[in-house]
Write a protein that binds this ligand. Structure first.
Ligand SMILES: [Zn+2]
Length: 92
């Protein structure tokens, strides 16, 4: 699916429609010392162990991409999800 590189949309900071630069959101690296990873490590180490999270039997083929729109006047970023599964999201 083709998505335009710049879109005119409402900016809550400027309180009017301005041009926004679009880009795809990428997840960062998971922190090793975060509460969630520490909890998972504790779960795996205690008792007889075993998996606490199982992989899905049927994986979804496509993903709903998250986009980040940056206002070109105030440089504020808004992230949003396009609620449609797509194989490929291209910025044109
Ligand atoms: Zn703005």
């Amino acid at each position: 699916m083709n998505i335009p590189k710049s879109v005119s949309m409402y900016c809550p900071n400027c309180k009017k429609h301005t041009d926004h630069k679009m880009r795809l959101f990428k997840t960062g690296q998971a922190r090793a010392m975060s509460k969630g990873t520490r909890r998972m490590q504790r779960k795996h180490k205690s008792g007889y162990g075993g998996k606490t999270k199982f992989p899905a039997y049927v994986k979804k083929q496509n993903k709903r991409p998250t986009f980040v729109a940056e206002c070109e006047t105030c440089k504020k970023k808004i992230s949003f999800v396009i609620n449609k599964r797509m194989k490929k999201a291209e910025l044109v």
